[in-house]
Design a protein around this ligand. Structure first.
Ligand code: XBP
Ligand code: MG
Length: 254
């Protein structure tokens, strides 16, 4: 079966957005409303167990701030904090400090040249996706993606498969015609549950996750000047990069 589409996660996969992007923006939002909540790099790694910014804030309060007395309008506060966080995050991206991960642009461009369709399946907010694509890829890069499944468009976030079902439905493709790209265990479980083969590019927050069942686990997608490496026993057979030819082989593997 032909490989018709590539479906990308955003955070941690297209770019390393969590530590120096989302985390910083959450802290700016907390400070803005006078809360003393401060998410350091290590704590944030633990909070990443929960996907979605609003969900993460609720989880933090429930698990780490038993001292905090929730106001009657706590839900409204979460929504306000999250909107402020999105404002800070998109402003940070506008400063251009968060680049694409190695090999991402190369693979996107190869797919475009070969007519392989592109889509996004992420738990993050749509505004964050457009800001990242605009600033890290190009002003018109949002048009490269035929479907952008993001944020609250589905009720249950990853590891639930809903966002992948949504994207597959919009593309009108079966999972066997696509390949998913993820960086985390929650992302892998979501893609797998939707029946998708999944390539994992790890990062510092996700290196130790359980990637059992992934089609391939690598450090990044690779560039001729910066070859990728296989992890978890995966052998890249001297290849420098994950390109469409290699993806088609992975797709054909039983
Ligand atoms: C990404 C996330 C997101 C971002 C924050 O998970 O967990 O929640 O950290 O996004 P994945 P919002 O890469 O698996 O999609 O604050 O916009 O919700
Ligand atoms: Mg991710």
């Amino acid at each position: 079966m032909a490989l018709e589409a590539l479906i990308f996660d955003v955070d941690g996969t297209l770019a390393d957005t969590e530590r120096d992007g989302h985390r910083v923006a959450f802290n700016q939002a907390f400070a803005e409303v006078g809360l003393d909540w401060r998410w350091d790099v290590e704590l944030y790694g633990q909070l990443l167990a929960v996907t979605g910014g609003k969900e993460r804030i609720r989880y933090y309060v429930d698990q780490y701030r038993q001292d905090y007395v929730k106001p009657a309008d706590f839900e409204a506060l979460v929504v306000r904090l999250h909107a402020a966080k999105t404002r800070h995050y998109t402003a940070l991206l506008g400063q251009g400090g968060i680049p694409l991960r190695p090999g991402v642009r190369r693979l996107l461009e190869e797919a475009r040249a070969r007519g392989v369709r592109l889509a996004i399946a992420t738990t993050t907010t749509p505004d964050n996706v457009s800001a990242l694509l605009r600033h890290a890829v190009s002003p018109e890069a949002i048009l490269w993606f035929e479907v952008i499944g993001a944020g609250d468009v589905v009720a249950a976030k990853k590891p639930a498969p809903d966002i992948y079902y949504y994207v597959l439905n919009q593309l009108r493709l079966s999972p066997a015609q696509c390949m998913a790209f993820e960086d985390s265990e929650n992302g892998l479980r979501a893609a797998q549950a939707a029946g998708l083969k999944t390539v994992i590019t790890v990062n510092d927050y996700t290196r130790a996750h359980d990637f059992h069942g992934a089609a391939m686990v690598i450090d990044h997608l690779g560039e001729p000047s910066r070859p990728f490496q296989g992890l978890s026993g995966y052998d890249v057979n001297g290849a420098c990069c994950l390109d469409l030819k290699l993806l088609e082989q992975l797709q054909a593997d039983a």
